[in-house]
Ligand binder design. Structure first.
Ligand code: CAA
Length: 559
């Protein structure tokens, strides 16, 4: 193991390793390709006590240490980094804060099922305008009687929508900067709490990641975690611990890639000898072994400091910075050792290579890790108060942003009148719906929001009436198959540069908007008033497309 650990920790490592080898390794490639969250594995991890390692037995935890936790995440990630982050995000981000600041009632209600693996935890901090600058939170929580009313959106949330409870930051006192942010325990079943479609990710594909959407979500007052106004500080403290988990995940990925490369290098012969024996490759493997040991020392040191309740924020950041940069480097070199065979799907180094990248990004980018480390090693300077711009930047240039709400018929009528006033008429009904998008004058685009396949009929009818070709967003084309994969609009697809774009059930993700920045007039129909698209459009109708689209077709016919 290249590190002399006490016997009980090595025994613990063996238990997790055996489980990972027997139960996870055989399905790791399938989980990756199918983007499948391994529910059964998570259940078994719960039964083994892995979902509650560094917590007291009083609430069902395993009563072990953060070093045990680091080893567990490392061993799981050595086989499947997606499973590693499920455990890490659950333990550090979704659970630790509850254990630290939760009331007795909160612990009984939410902590116990988390520690015993009966439920999975998530953490909602990141937003569109609050990534690295996490104090830029725009989600709001307004106290009304016995409830806080939550509105807003969180992005890139690990374990969503599988997790049952989420620790979510929201602004309770605007204008007070980070001191106006509080943290809430939000249950998946609260009304108005919904999720986006899970992301299609480069790596860690057996873990699931989605957006959290809050629309007038009534969170009981007793679900405030700790004190009002301390949510940002709690989030920073939670992340300090989370970074030990991500460092361990990165170490596990790198260890898995190293072992795979060594084994391959010993088996593969060229020029009459095992390629691992060629001096260049021996040196590569020697460097890997040395750096893995260094990463391990950094991680276990940070974990031990946490166990001893001495400051460990800098140590955790150093461990995460070093181990994740190392994971990217080692997985790349391991793939190189495999040569062409490493570039083919089904070889574990190919998956490790993809999985490694995120460890340099999440739970604080490595640039932020250096900011954190810098803040410990340099004398503190008083910060200027920063003003944050509230207005969201349009991604498609200056647009009219005229939004119609209320009665769908009235809204459709207003929209058609506005379009007519802009010089549009609807005389041409003979456009080939499958014609080339790049040359089309008009397009009607379906987003994931239209739901069932059969709703495409409505989209096609609208296209026919408005003389438009039919297209979709990338997920709507690739995940749902509404249009062939070579007909979607967006960053990786085609551009639309014609005169009229009508999007239905499209949320307005940056990747899609990049494909319509040169569109003449943009119209969007969406039932979610907070959809980003309404900040990037000329006209919009807020409403259920089942009602709005037929009303619009009718208005266009009359026009
Ligand atoms: N512990 C306790 N308090 C802390 C703290 C810590 N580690 N870090 C900062 N604070 C306190 C400061 O003392 C300060 O308190 P006062 O206002 O009372 O003086 C307050 O928080 C603000 O501190 P800063 O001025 O340093 O904060 P900042 O706004 O400049 O931000 C930052 C600092 C380090 C850049 C921070 O915003 C940060 O860590 N950003 C990265 C966010 C991040 O890691 N996101 C990951 C999302 S979760 C994720 O990725 C999960 C996943 O998918 C698995």
């Amino acid at each position: 193991m290249a590190y002399d650990l006490p016997k009980d920790l090595e025994e613990f490592r063996k238990v997790v390793r055996d489980f990972a080898e027997e139960k996870i390794k055989p399905i790791a490639y399938h989980l990756d390709q199918a983007k499948e969250f391994p529910k059964e594995i998570v259940k078994e991890l719960g039964e083994m006590g892995i979902m509650g390692i560094p917590f007291s037995e009083q609430y069902g935890g395993a009563g072990l240490t953060n070093e045990h936790y680091a080893i567990a995440v490392e061993e799981l990630s050595r086989v499947d980094a997606g499973v590693g982050v499920i455990v890490s995000a659950h333990t550090s981000l979704g659970t630790w804060g509850l254990n630290e600041w939760g009331s007795e009632e909160q612990k009984e209600k939410y902590l116990r099922p988390l520690l015993t693996g009966k439920s999975v935890g998530g953490f909602g901090l990141t937003e569109d305008n609050a990534g690295s600058d996490s104090a830029g939170t725009e989600t709001t929580a307004v106290l009304e009687g016995d409830h806080y009313i939550l509105n807003g959106k969180k992005i890139f949330i690990t374990n969503a929508p599988e997790a049952q409870t989420y620790l979510v930051t929201a602004v309770t006192t605007p204008g007070k900067g980070n001191h106006g942010i509080s943290m809430f325990i939000v249950d998946k079943d609260f009304e108005g709490f919904t999720f986006s479609e899970p992301y299609d990710k480069l790596g860690i594909r057996s873990s699931i990641t989605a957006e959290l959407h809050f629309k007038d979500v009534k969170v009981p007052k007793e679900n405030l975690l700790g004190e009002e106004g301390k949510g940002f500080k709690y989030a920073m403290m939670i992340l300090d611990g989370g970074r030990i988990g991500i460092a361990s995940q990165a170490l596990g990925i790198a260890q898995g890639a190293y072992e795979s490369a060594k084994e391959y290098g010993l088996a593969r012969e060229q020029f009459g000898q095992a390629i691992a024996r060629m001096q260049h490759n021996t040196f590569v493997l020697a460097d890997m072994a040395t750096e893995l040991k260094a990463a391990r020392l950094l991680i276990y040191d940070a974990a031990r400091k946490k166990d001893k309740h001495v400051p460990y924020g800098m140590d955790a950041a150093m461990a995460k910075l070093y181990a994740s940069d190392l994971a990217e480097e080692i997985t790349s070199k391991a793939l190189q050792m495999y040569g062409g065979s490493g570039f083919i799907k089904g070889v574990d180094v190919e998956r490790f290579y993809r999985d490694s990248k995120i460890t340099q990004i999440y739970e604080g980018t490595n640039e932020i890790m250096r900011v954190v480390i810098g803040s410990y090693i340099l004398p503190r300077v008083k910060k200027e108060k920063r003003e944050r711009t509230k207005t969201k930047q349009s991604q498609v240039g200056d647009r009219k942003k005229k939004i119609f709400k209320g009665d769908p018929k009235e809204a459709a009528k207003n929209l058609v009148e506005a379009l007519k006033a802009d010089g549009f008429n609807f005389d041409n009904k003979d456009v080939d719906a499958n014609g080339p998008i790049l040359e089309a004058e008009r397009v009607v685009v379906a987003g994931m929001g239209i739901g069932e396949d059969q709703n495409m009929e409505l989209i096609k009818d609208l296209a026919k009436e408005s003389g438009a070709v039919v297209s979709a967003t990338r997920p709507a084309a690739q995940v749902r198959g509404y249009v062939p994969s070579d007909r979607y609009i967006g960053l990786s697809g085609t551009d639309f540069k014609g005169k009229l774009y009508i999007g239905v059930g499209v949320s307005g993700a940056m990747q899609h908007l990049k494909g319509i920045k040169d569109a003449g007039t943009i119209v969007v129909i969406n039932n979610d008033e907070s959809a980003d698209f309404f900040e990037n459009t000329d006209y919009g109708i807020v409403g259920d497309f089942h009602k709005v689209v037929p009303a619009l077709i009718e208005e266009i016919k009359n026009a």
